[in-house]
Design a protein around this ligand. Structure first.
Ligand SMILES: [Zn+2]
Length: 89
């Protein structure tokens, strides 16, 4: 399936969700989670299976966001999450 860019009301790559309501269990499989450091702008992929194993499937994305620590500069506050939908071929 081709990536549909420029269609719809949301940006093509990043999706806004209500992160205090969505948990690792309820977030659809085809979303990948990225975190970005607010301080140094490092961006990294979150391994949701790793997080689920360590913190449980019922961890909300809001809680996850609070637990993030930047691996480069150790910043812990205000690091936003982004979701990206995997292309489903
Ligand atoms: Zn950082």
């Amino acid at each position: 399936m081709k990536h549909r860019r420029g269609i719809g009301l949301v940006p093509p790559d990043h999706y806004a969700v209500e992160i205090d309501k969505v948990t690792l269990r309820t977030l659809p499989q085809w979303f990948v989670i990225y975190a970005r450091c607010r301080a140094c702008r490092r961006q990294t992929l979150i391994e949701r299976r790793d997080v689920a194993r360590r913190c449980g499937q019922d961890l909300s994305l809001a809680e996850l966001s609070k637990r993030l620590k930047c691996q480069r500069c150790d910043n812990r506050s205000g690091n936003p999450l982004f979701l990206q939908m995997l292309p489903r071929d």
